[in-house]
Design a protein around this ligand. Sequence first.
Ligand SMILES: Cc1ncc(COP(=O)(O)O)c(C=O)c1O
Length: 427
Amino acid sequence: MNDLYDRHRRVLPDWLALYYDDPLEITHGEGRHVWDADGNRYLDFFGGILTTMTAHALPELTKAVSEQAGRIIHSSTLYLNRPMVELAERIAHVSAIPDARVFFTTSGTEANDTALLLATAYRRSNTILAMRNSYHGRSFSAVGITGNRGWSPTSLSPLQTLYVHGGVRTRGPYADLDDAAFIAACVDDLRDLLGHTRQPAALIAEPIQGVGGFTSPPDGLYAAFREVLREHGILWIADEVQTGWGRTGEHFWGWQAHGHSGPPDIVTFAKGIGNGTSIGGVIARSEIMNCLDANSISTFGGTQLTMVAGLANLAYLLEHDLQGNARRVGGLLIERLRVVAAQVPGVREVRGRGLMIGIELVKPGTDDADPQRAAAVLEAAREGGLLIGKGGGHNTSALRVAPPLSLTVAEAEEGAAILEHALRSTS
Ligand SMILES: Cc1ncc(COP(=O)(O)O)c(C=O)c1O
């Protein structure tokens, strides 16, 4: 056992999972590559859980952060903060939410906590609708809306949560229906549920479920839900922590695949916007954001150091059309992986869009999850020089491919070849 692993195990919680039999210490990165402590180079197709959104060591971001660190790192929200105001303005602008207000937090969990606080206060209800197979964070309230057993350490909750069908297209009772019938069945289920419950505050949903293994409903489901929610005044919260900022290629926000009934009432974000610096946040119409009748602060939320990083990162993303790159290069990558999947036993589905691609593994000839194979593919990919992730409500049997959005065609080809070898060598 390596020394750092030994020390990690002695001092950090047992439930803090590490990838790989021989865990990796990543010491530096550049572009779409990272290096470990032994000097080995890897193509990074997981970006520290979809967080290195543009690139490792992005020069524009490094410069902004170093210069800011030499001026002031933090002053708190008690004082005017120019980078925070500027980033809020830009996020409000790209959000498509009318009269948008932005509140910065330090994580996705805290962003979702804030969204729950707003929705429950605004609606005077602590009932929340969430999706099966969902993940929204690790806090006491966020685990209360987590529809994934593997990430629910307690059933205690300040909320009453009701789980709705629809987040997983190819499993569950409606899996065999066509898209239109699937949506209709989920809407019927929602209507039925609403007939049996107190008026919920909100529905919270990830447009593509991240931890759940990059699963999603057919396009349009959340727009259909929206119609029903509107009849009852129930808010729609889109958790864009994984899907925001163009990752899905076709859209800037994941909710736009369901967008014909307008933007959500509340959007939460984190991960990619800071490219590794800790920025999370909530966007909501002013009447919702302003509904709290007491003070509320997040001491580290909006701190100057992270805000200049967010500004530099967002500017780079927009100026280089990384959403378009995610669509083009992600499109090539998913097609390439689908061809491989058709030739290798035990690949149930290759799904996703843009640079958010899930590969679900099952025991060949069955529909049973194969978490051992997923772990073996992860190891084999690492040996080949590629880092990927895992996920899925079905015993972590989905591989997750989510490189930085600046991925080149050559890197996509190289990563696909390594993944192909890893899939073949473990079958
Ligand atoms: C969709 C989604 N929401 C919320 C969170 C929680 O974010 P954080 O880990 O920054 O608290 C995550 C983290 O993986 C996530 O994937």
